[in-house]
Design a protein around this ligand. Structure first.
Ligand SMILES: [Zn+2]
Length: 128
C-alpha cells in the first residue's frame, strides 16, 4: 500500500461503484464478493485489502433494524399468522442483506485505502 494515489477519486463513490480506490476505473471484484488480484486499469495490488467482518456487521445492523422494526409494526398492528411473517420477512431479509453487501464492502475497502488503514504494529526504539 506504499504506492501513492494516481488520481484519487472520492472513496465513497468509488466504493459504491465497486471500482478501484486509487484510480476509480478498474473493477475491484471478481464475482460477487471475491477480489481481483490487482486493478486492471492502474495496477494497484489488492493484497493490502482486509475488510474483515466489517461489511457483514454493517449489513446485519441495517437489515436487523429494517426487518425487525417492520415485523414488530406488522405484528402490533395486524397480528398475522406466522406463515404471513415468513412470507413477508424472508424475501425482505434477502433483499436487505444481499443487495447492499457488495457496495458496503467496496466502500470499506476504498476507505481503508484512502486512510491507509492497516493492522497496528509495535515500533521499537530507534526504528522508523
Ligand atoms: Zn486502479
Amino acid at each position: 500500500m506504499a504506492d501513492s494515489p494516481v488520481v484519487e477519486p472520492n472513496p465513497i463513490l468509488a466504493g459504491l461503484a465497486c471500482r478501484c480506490p486509487r484510480c476509480g476505473k478498474g473493477k475491484m471484484f471478481a464475482g460477487f464478493l471475491g477480489l481481483k488480484p490487482r486493478c486492471e486499469a492502474c495496477g494497484l495490488d489488492y493484497a493490502f485489502i482486509d475488510a474483515g467482518d466489517g461489511p457483514a456487521v454493517f449489513v446485519i445492523l441495517f437489515a436487523g433494524f429494517v426487518v425487525v422494526g417492520a415485523a414488530l409494526v406488522v405484528e402490533t398492528l395486524y397480528a398475522p399468522p406466522l406463515w404471513v411473517h415468513a412470507m413477508l420477512w424472508l424475501p425482505l431479509i434477502l433483499l436487505t442483506t444481499l443487495l447492499p453487501l457488495r457496495a458496503i464492502k467496496g466502500v470499506l475497502i476504498a476507505l481503508q485505502y484512502h486512510h491507509q488503514a492497516a493492522e497496528g504494529r509495535l515500533q521499537r526504539r530507534g526504528e522508523q
